[in-house]
Design a protein around this ligand. Structure first.
Ligand SMILES: Cc1ncc(COP(=O)(O)O)c(C=O)c1O
Length: 406
């Protein structure tokens, strides 16, 4: 434990006012419904459901879709959050991996086309860091084969795309309200759909969910208050240095708790719209700054768009350079993302045998992220830009083109 200014890799700050609204929300039974109505209107989605996390949202979606169409395969990117395979296993369905293109952080579409078949229930199209994936292309592949398109917009709440919002292009989609997402209420997830059939099916699974137990609500309140205090860069070294807190860890754990979103969380979300616009504004501005200052604008397509990056992705020159950069520059918020591709998660390896996902494995070895949140000062941004160039590719790396061919 070394007390030193430490910038969190991702942060969705909550104010004292938000915590106060959370506490007063405890006395309002209609709090979650009011938030769901506001989200429905803003995103133009017919149905909105609020649950305890993004993975609970995905679990309910999968169960809801499977009840309508009893297919078993769920096609996901081979590089994604471990919560996604956790929810699929929890739903008792089969994980099918599609390789990821390092230039776009999106599917290898030639492979997606080959993998999608009449046993596929859905394709989960993921907007990693808020970068829009090619949902139109995924939809064309899905429609031809009677496959549902699910949008994983866990990291993309409030991101506009072609006159709509990400999360509303698929048959159904979800956002995460976890710590470090676009906005947070501690833990939470939002399901969106405009299909009456899918909505009815998800609704009947939602009725099976318990309301948030009191102990979980109290723990959520304590965590929200502590997060408010310890996101301060002059205090963040403390939770970051305590390994048992597992800050920033991503684990494959299908036995996660599932509830409906509680009243405290709904109270914290009362100012969701203003917070979302303000914080996504900071993220877009800081992302633009990195792209320009690091000379990335003419390189990979992930750097060529105005996106409210939840974290700004860069590739290290080598896997060794990534480890060194994250180690030396961790106090500047430079951080690895998921530790490995999904096929190499210990508990899942047996399902994928010798199958290789070269794009996803390349990404896992090189991807690191720079912070974009509102807590960053202009001086922090300059310091990060000054030191990161020694470790990262500032021109389009050669390898991604090779990865894409497979
Ligand atoms: C891409 C992606 N999908 C799904 C999830 C799951 O969300 P949650 O952590 O709220 O369960 C996350 C969040 O970590 C995520 O980043």
């Amino acid at each position: 434990l070394r007390p030193a200014k430490t910038i969190p890799p991702a942060a969705a700050p909550v104010s004292v006012g938000d915590l106060f609204r959370g506490a007063t929300g405890l006395f309002r039974q209609d709090g979650p419904d009011i938030i769901a109505d506001g989200i429905r209107n803003h995103f133009g989605s017919e149905s909105v459901f609020l649950v305890s996390s993004g993975k609970t949202a995905l679990l309910l979606i999968l169960k809801g879709l499977h009840a309508i169409r009893p297919r078993r395969k769920v096609l996901i990117p081979a590089y994604t959050c471990y919560s996604v395979p956790s929810a699929i296993r929890r739903a008792g369905l089969e994980i099918v991996l599609c390789d990821v293109d390092p230039e776009t952080l999106d599917f290898n579409y030639a492979q997606l086309e080959r993998l999608a078949d009449d046993g596929t229930l859905c394709v989960v199209s993921t907007h990693l860091f808020g970068i829009p994936s090619d949902v139109e292309r995924a939809r064309r592949i899905c429609e031809a084969k009677g496959i549902y398109l699910v949008e994983d917009a866990a990291q993309a709440m409030g991101v506009p795309h072609r006159g709509r919002f990400l999360g509303t292009f698929g048959d159904t989609g979800f956002f995460s309200l976890g710590r470090g997402k676009n906005i947070t209420c501690g833990n939470g997830g939002i399901i969106l759909t405009s299909s009456a059939e899918i909505s009815a099916s998800i609704m009947s699974r939602l009725h099976e969910l318990r309301p948030e137990p009191l102990a979980v609500m109290i723990r959520g309140m304590a965590e929200a208050a502590l997060t408010k205090v310890f996101l301060n860069p002059f205090l963040y070294w403390l939770p970051r240095g305590l390994p048992f807190l597992g800050i920033g860890e991503t684990t494959f754990a299908p036995a996660f708790p599932t509830f409906r979103l509680g009243r405290f969380g709904a109270g914290v979300l009362r100012s969701w719209k203003e917070r979302l616009e303000a914080h996504n504004g900071y993220r877009a501005k800081n992302g633009r700054h990195y792209a320009e200052a690091l000379g990335l604008r003419d390189g990979l397509s992930i750097h060529c768009r105005p996106t409210p990056y939840l974290r700004f992705p860069v590739y290290a020159k080598t896997p060794e350079a990534k480890i060194e950069a994250c180690d030396r520059l961790g106090s500047l918020g430079v951080s690895p993302m998921y530790p490995d591709s999904v096929n190499r998660i210990k508990d899942l390896r047996r399902y994928f045998g010798e199958s290789r996902y070269p794009g996803a494995e390349w990404i896992a070895g090189r991807l690191m992220t720079l912070p974009t949140h509102a807590i960053l000062s202009a001086g922090d941004l300059d310091r990060i830009c000054a030191v990161i160039t020694a470790y990262c590719e500032t021109n389009a790396p050669k390898e991604p083109a090779i990865c894409r061919k497979s």
